[in-house]
Write a protein that binds this ligand. Structure first.
Ligand SMILES: Nc1nc2c(ncn2[C@@H]2O[C@H](COP(=O)(O)OP(=O)(O)O)[C@@H](O)[C@H]2O)c(=O)[nH]1
Ligand SMILES: [Mg+2]
Length: 224
């Protein structure tokens, strides 16, 4: 079982203080309602209904945590991190109070969470960089240590030339932002770009050497 296949629903938080203890690295998924966040998490984890994918956007204002485990040398599975499905933004019917609570919840999480390793910004490749997306991107300037992936989703809806243009535009924006941003085309529907997504996110969660239990060999080499 791979890292992302191990995903299990853990907990939902309606407020920042409802998040699980900040001990393990997290990858959060942000994006407009309907951009395809839940579908992306389902495809990544090979679960059909892990993150509920709904046709009525904007109902839930919760941070949903999915726990990941990896196999230790002993053979048992140990906690490795979380995927976090953030509430979407940009839905037309949202009133002021929903907007306010959204920015408090998501903004609070993005600004404060010490264990946030990376953020996947899921955008519809046909209309990327909408105002809410720009808000998130701008917000992340305050978190230079957090990796980002701009996922140009629903690429199945674009012709080859359009895909190329969308990718080029996003790459130019990413280069301007800095070296911590990756960009890729993706289709949850057609399962395109899934391996690339997995590789990027696995690298974000790869334990640094100091976190690994030293084997006799590596502890020897550390002492030298
Ligand atoms: N064409 C297309 N539709 C998609 C894709 N991913 C998701 N959708 C559809 O977009 C809608 C919203 O998806 P969902 O994952 O619930 O979005 P969320 O609100 O961001 O979590 C659903 O009707 C999905 O079937 C994709 O890659 N291509
Ligand atoms: Mg969703």
């Amino acid at each position: 079982m791979s890292l992302f296949d191990s995903a299990r629903f853990d907990v939902s938080a309606a407020a920042y203080d409802g998040c699980p203890p900040a001990r393990l690295p997290e990858i959060a998924f942000a994006g407009r309602s309907n951009a395809g966040k839940s579908t992306t998490i389902n495809v990544l984890t090979r679960k059909t209904r892990l993150a509920f994918s709904s046709k009525t956007p904007g109902r839930t204002q919760l941070l949903n945590f999915f726990s990941l485990t990896r196999k230790a040398p002993s053979g048992e599975r140990i906690p490795a991190g979380y995927l976090v499905d953030l509430p979407g933004y940009g839905f037309a019917k949202a009133n002021e109070s929903i907007r306010g609570s959204w920015s408090e919840l998501v903004g609070g999480y993005l600004a404060e969470r010490p264990t946030l390793a990376g953020l996947v910004l899921v955008m519809d490749a046909r209309r990327p960089f909408m105002p809410g997306d720009e808000w998130v991107i701008d917000f992340m300037r305050e978190r230079p240590g957090v990796r980002m992936l701009w996922l140009l989703n629903k690429s199945d809806q674009l012709k080859t030339m359009e895909k190329r243009a969308a990718l080029k535009l996003a790459q130019a924006r990413a280069a301007e932002f800095g070296s911590s941003v990756d960009v890729q085309l993706f289709s949850g529907l057609k399962r395109e770009g899934v391996e690339q997504l997995r590789e990027t996110l696995e690298a974000w969660l790869a334990p640094v050497a100091s976190e690994l239990e030293p084997t006799s060999e590596s502890s020897n080499s550390l002492q030298q």
